[in-house]
Design a protein around this ligand. Structure first.
Ligand SMILES: *Cc1c(COP(=O)(O)O)cnc(C)c1O
Length: 230
């Protein structure tokens, strides 16, 4: 851990310091693991503050909220936006226009629709296929068997660029259990020749990073408690 970054007392002692959290996370993440700042529920002004501190990649899970925020931040051309929410069929075109990377592609039908509309829009989005490797009624995702079976068809879906796998751990796993789950997801990505892994959130990013995650998606652990309920 970043002892130096964590021990420096803040002269004004605000309740939450974005700079402190960003520095501490940056120091704690291994070299191959990047930080995706999950800004859902936080205002554009907060994203702007983080951008000024050097953070480029941000994730949103609700389209309407993202559109408004991105409009406010249109002057920051270098921001890299990722969509991590459940993607409804009727939102595909708008999501493609707003986001360069989509982490939540959980069915062949959705992937086919994305490919068709991306082609119409002249876009080549980066895509993570969402997998579900444990029984969990609250989440969606392809099983490992479904993914292996669909793989040849998914590979043919130009102009999508399938870059990796995304997974969410069920609530209540121990650290050992979540690390085992993330390890399985990493093995599956290797088997398919995929380089990227979107695994780990505020509560389990250490286990995910240890298992080789290339993107940890962190909201509350970076931004602190949400100003507005979402
Ligand atoms: C909200 C969200 C996160 C971030 O969650 P925190 O626990 O606040 O870090 C990560 N991934 C997905 C898919 C989310 O919806």
């Amino acid at each position: 851990m970043a002892a130096g970054a964590l021990s420096a007392p803040d002269p004004v002692s605000p309740p939450w310091s974005l700079q402190h959290q960003l520095t501490a996370l940056g120091a704690a993440l291994p070299a191959g693991t990047r930080l995706l700042a999950v800004s859902k529920g936080h205002p554009a002004a907060t994203v702007r503050q983080l951008a000024a501190l050097g953070q480029r990649s941000f994730a949103e899970s609700r389209l309407q909220e993202a559109i408004a925020k991105q409009a406010e931040l249109a002057d920051l051309a270098a921001l890299d936006w990722h969509f991590i929410g459940r993607l409804q069929a009727n939102k595909v075109r708008a999501v493609l226009r707003q986001f360069g990377t989509i982490h939540s592609v959980d069915s062949l039908e959705l992937a086919e629709r994305l490919a068709r509309i991306a082609a119409e829009e002249g876009l080549a989005p980066a895509v993570f296929l969402q997998v579900k490797l444990r029984v969990d009624p609250s989440k969606t995702g392809l099983s490992a068997e479904d993914l292996r079976q669909l793989w040849p068809r998914l590979l043919g879906l130009a102009p999508l660029r399938i870059v990796g796998l995304m997974t969410l751990a069920p609530q209540g796993l121990s650290g050992i259990e979540s690390q085992a789950l993330f390890g399985e997801c990493a093995a599956l990505a290797r088997e398919l020749g995929l380089a990227e892994l979107s695994m780990g959130m505020s509560g389990d990013w250490r286990e995910a990073a240890a298992a080789g995650s290339t993107w940890v998606r962190i909201g509350s652990g970076l931004f602190g408690p949400k100003p507005c309920q979402s």
